[in-house]
Design a protein around this ligand. Structure first.
Ligand code: PSU
Ligand code: MN
Length: 307
C-alpha cells in the first residue's frame, strides 16, 4: 500500500497515534446526509468536544481535494455540514473521489477503512447501515457490513434503525464473524429505542472489557471489526411503536417514489425527520454524543493495554 500520497492526518492526531494515545474516529455522512444544516454544525463541534472531555482526540474523516482527511478544521467541518456537492462515499467510491478530486463524506464503511489506514482502532457513530427490509429481492445490503467483516476497527453505535431488517442484519454479522457486544445491555438497541427485540452476543460490563476483547481478537489475527452496541440514554428514547409507524410511512414513501441504491438511507432519514417534526433529531444527537463518550472511554482503556 502506498498511502503517503493520499492520507492527510492533522499534526495533533498523527502525534497522538505515534505516541499510542487514545484517538476516536468520527464519520461525516452523519453530518452531510444524516442531519439538517445548521443544527449539524453545533453537533459536529459538540461531539468532538465530548471525545476530548473523555480523554481522547477526535478524528473526523472526510474526502477533500484528493485526500483522505483524518481530522478536519472548522472550514472543512462546515463544508461537510453544508453538504453542497458532497457525495456519500462508500468503499466503492473512494478511488474515484480521490482520483477526480471530488469532495465526499465518509460512511461507516469508509470511516472504518480510513481509520484502519491511519491506525485508529475505534470509531463512534450514530447507527450502522445493514440489511434493508426486502433485501431478499433488492439485495440492498449496506457496505458497512462487509467493512465490519474485514476491517480491524471497533464501531460504537446505537445499533441500527428499523428502516433495516434488524434480524437479518444480525444474521449477516454472525455469518461474517463480527462480534456484536452490548454496552451494559443484553439487548441490541434500535437507534431511537434501547431494545429491538433482538439480543447481543455478550453484555460488556465496562470499557476495560471492551478493550480487552478488541486486543484479544486482533492479537489472534482474527481480522475484522467489532460492533459495540450502545443504547440511547433512557431519557431520550422514543416510543418503539410510534417510531415503527413513522418508519413504515417513510418506507412506503420510498417505495412510491421508487428510491433505490445509495439514495435509500438518506431518503429514509430525511423523511423520518420531517414526519417527526424534528423530535427524532434530539434523540439522534443525544445517542451520538453518548456513543462518542463510550468510544472515548474504550479508546483510553485500549491505549493503556497497548502501552
Ligand atoms: N443510518 C443512520 N444515520 C446515518 C447513516 C445510517 O441512522 O447517517 C449513514 C451512515 O454513514 C452509514 C450509511 O454508514 O448511512 C449507510 O448507507 P447505506 O445504507 O447506503 O450503506
Ligand atoms: Mn444500500
Amino acid at each position: 500500500m502506498n498511502l503517503r500520497n493520499y492520507l492527510s492526518i492533522t499534526d495533533e492526531i498523527a502525534q497522538a497515534i505515534k505516541e499510542g494515545k487514545p484517538v476516536v474516529a468520527l464519520e461525516s455522512t452523519i453530518l452531510s446526509h444524516g442531519m439538517p444544516y445548521p443544527e449539524n454544525v453545533k453537533f459536529a463541534h459538540n461531539v468532538e468536544n465530548i471525545v476530548r472531555e473523555n480523554g481522547a482526540i477526535p478524528a473526523t474523516t472526510a474526502i477533500i481535494d484528493g485526500k483522505l482527511k483524518v481530522g478536519l478544521n472548522d472550514d472543512e467541518l462546515l463544508l461537510m455540514c453544508k453538504g453542497e456537492n458532497i457525495g456519500k462515499v462508500s468503499r466503492r467510491d473512494v478511488a474515484t473521489y480521490l482520483a477526480t478530486k471530488k469532495n465526499g463524506a465518509t460512511t461507516v464503511a469508509t470511516t472504518m477503512l480510513i481509520a484502519e489506514m491511519a491506525k485508529i482502532p475505534i470509531f463512534a457513530t450514530g447507527g450502522i447501515g445493514g440489511v434493508h427490509r426486502g433485501a431478499q429481492e433488492t439485495m440492498d445490503i449496506s457496505a458497512d457490513l462487509q467493512e465490519l467483516a474485514h476491517t480491524n476497527v471497533a464501531v460504537v453505535g446505537a445499533g441500527c434503525k428499523s428502516i433495516l431488517d434488524i434480524g437479518l442484519t444480525l444474521e449477516y454479522l454472525e455469518t461474517m464473524g463480527v462480534p456484536v457486544l452490548g454496552y451494559q445491555t443484553n439487548d441490541f438497541p434500535a437507534f431511537y429505542t434501547t431494545k429491538s427485540g433482538f439480543k447481543v452476543d455478550y453484555n460488556l460490563p465496562d470499557a476495560v472489557t471492551a478493550a480487552k476483547i478488541m486486543k484479544t481478537k486482533w492479537d489472534l489475527g482474527l481480522n475484522g471489526g467489532i460492533l459495540i452496541a450502545n443504547p440511547i440514554p433512557e431519557q431520550y428514547a422514543l416510543n418503539f411503536d410510534e417510531m415503527e409507524a413513522v418508519i413504515n410511512q417513510a418506507l412506503k414513501l420510498a417505495d412510491e417514489k421508487e428510491i433505490k441504491g445509495k439514495e435509500t438511507t438518506p431518503f429514509l432519514l430525511a423523511n423520518i425527520k420531517t414526519i417527526t417534526k424534528g423530535k427524532s433529531l434530539l434523540s439522534n444527537l443525544q445517542l451520538a454524543y453518548n456513543n462518542a463518550k463510550v468510544a472515548s472511554k474504550i479508546a483510553v482503556e485500549y491505549a493503556k493495554l497497548n502501552k
